[in-house]
Structure formats: C-alpha cells, structure tokens
Design a protein around this ligand. Sequence first.
Ligand code: F6P
Length: 356
Amino acid sequence: MRVGLLTSGGDCQSLNATMRGVAKTLYNKVKDVEIIGFLEGYKGLMHEEYKIMKPSDFSGILTEGGTIIGTSRQPFKLMRVIGEDGFNKVEAMKKTYKKLNLDCLVVLGGNGSQKTANLLREEGLNVVSLPKTIDNDLWGTDMTFGFQSAVNIASEAIDCIHTTAASHGRVFIVEVMGHKVGWLTLHAGLASGADIILIPEIPYDINKVVDAIEKRTKEGKRFSILAVAEGAISKEDAKLSKKEYKAKLAARTYPSVSYEIGKQIEEKTGQEIRVTIPGHTQRGGSPCPYDRVLSTRFGAAAAQMIIKKDYGKLVGIKNGEIVGIPLQEVAGKLKTVDPNASIIKEAKAVGISFGD
Ligand code: F6P
C-alpha cells in the first residue's frame, strides 16, 4: 500500500500528532505500507516534491508543534486557474498521484484545503481528510485539532493581561485569531474571564461596549478586558454588502479592528486603552493534552478508513465519537457560533457583554 500525506494551509500545534496517529496505525495494521510525505502541502503534490517517510520519522513527534513536512497556502479559488506558463495545478496533482501509484491521499487541512480535497475526490483520487484548524470553523465536526491548544494560548495571554490591567487600571483589548468566526475568542474569553467578548457572529454596537465598561467603572472596577475576534464587526458594518465592507476594510487606517474599537472607547470614555495581539503565538508550541488525544484518535480512525477503502470522507468527531463525513457535504461550509446557543446565554448570565 502507498499512502500520500500532506499538511495544507495555516499550521497548528497538532499536525504532527495527527500524522503520527495515521502512520503508527498504518505501520501496525498493514504488512507492506509506504508513506510519502508531500512537502509544503499541495505544492509538493503539484511539483512532485516529496519525501519517502520512515517509521522513525513519526517517532517522538506527538508533542512537537508545526509540521515535519511543511505547509503552504494554495488558495482553492486558484486551483483551476492555469498559470501564465500553462501550468495546470489539478492535472499536475493527478499526475503525481498516478505516477507514485498511490492508493490514497491523506489531507490535513482547514476549510480551503477541504475544498481542494473534495475537488481531487471529484477528479477520481482516493482522499481521506482530517480537520485541522485553530479556528474550529469546519462544518461536520464538533471539534478540529489545534483549537484547544490555541484556546490555551489565547487564554494565557488574557490571564497575563489581567494582572497588568488591574495594576494600571486600564482598558485592555486582546485580539484573538479565528478568521471569520468567533469560536476561539468565545472560548478563550470565557476561560480567562474577559468582561466583554466581541465575535463576528454577534455584531457589536460601540455604545453598548462603552456602557459595559462604564458600568464596571461605576461598580468600582479599575479595569476592563475585551476579548475581540480578529473578524469582529460593528452593527453598521454588518449591514454593508460584502463588496462595500471589503472596500471599507481596504481603506481602514487602523492595523486591525481592535485599534479602531480602542480609539472609539478612548474617545467616548477618556480611559487609557492598550491593545495586545498574541497573533501567531496562538498557532505555535506544543499541542495540549486534549489535542494530543483527539489527533491520535483522528489519525488512527483515518488509517482504519484507508484500510477499509472508505474514501472521500473527512474524519470528524460528533458527541465524543469519531465519524466520517462525506467530503462533498463538508466542502465550502463554515461552522459558525450560533448567537442563540446556550453557551452565549450562559456567558451573558455571568455578566459578560457581547456588545449587542
Ligand atoms: O486559519 C488559521 C489562521 O490562524 C486564522 O485564525 C488567521 O486569520 C489566519 O490563519 C492567519 O493566516 P496567515 O498565517 O496566513 O497569516
């Protein structure tokens, strides 16, 4: 058996742990198996850049962040676009797959990568994919690997801000990653006792945000902490068309939404504001134990699917059980936070403001 393996898109802490789960299971269960690691994601598949992996490559990597085979972003929207030099990416990937006589391609990736995985499935390749992203925005699975590790880091960042915010009596904004969704901000904000949580799924009214800060000030609280998703959006901006909003973002003079919110709060309250952006630290370091367990389970399940020739699926988790979801059902769908979910109600019950 020959299995191709690639990691695609933004990295996360638990990619190696997941590949280890796939590889160890295959080596254990299949008598004659060769794993080919494509370098830097789909790019390696396109350009025949790969490494024939050895079992020892997968040893000692359970706790190692990053990816031992590298990754890159290869936008899905460009997959079918022929290069100026006539390079056909899809045909090139199919050619490599056939030339190497692969039985299956294993893709570890987020939303865009799942769309490409589905495209390759439509093109006749055997694909099994795994849900990687700190954003937890993949439809079809309750949890993606990398998410909990990122929650830990973002929470620790907010924890550290707590002590300095309390000392100085300042308003602090911590901007959390998550792309277009608020899972990471919501969980990190809750885990570290943020006073205000702003997520894209619940557009904010800046006056409500200011009211929440002033209420705390009146109660004698010397500081306030806002966990703001990088994709947070105001109620006015949420009314704009996609095109208008894009144009507005392009014209924005602030580096990110947090600075804009910070300026508005400063003007309206006169309080001293600081913005902290943990940025890519949220994707770095060692996976947390939860992710190590999830990745091992995901990897082992993916290998079992390959052995059973149960292709064309994303490995996911539903109610604690590992499931396989057809790629065509997953591709192109975003899992967002439901503003009416009980977690939001519970957060509001303890006094957290969502600025709505
Ligand atoms: O999808 C993971 C993610 O970290 C998002 O949260 C973030 O918006 C994006 O990737 C950043 O991408 P890049 O690493 O390309 O700057």
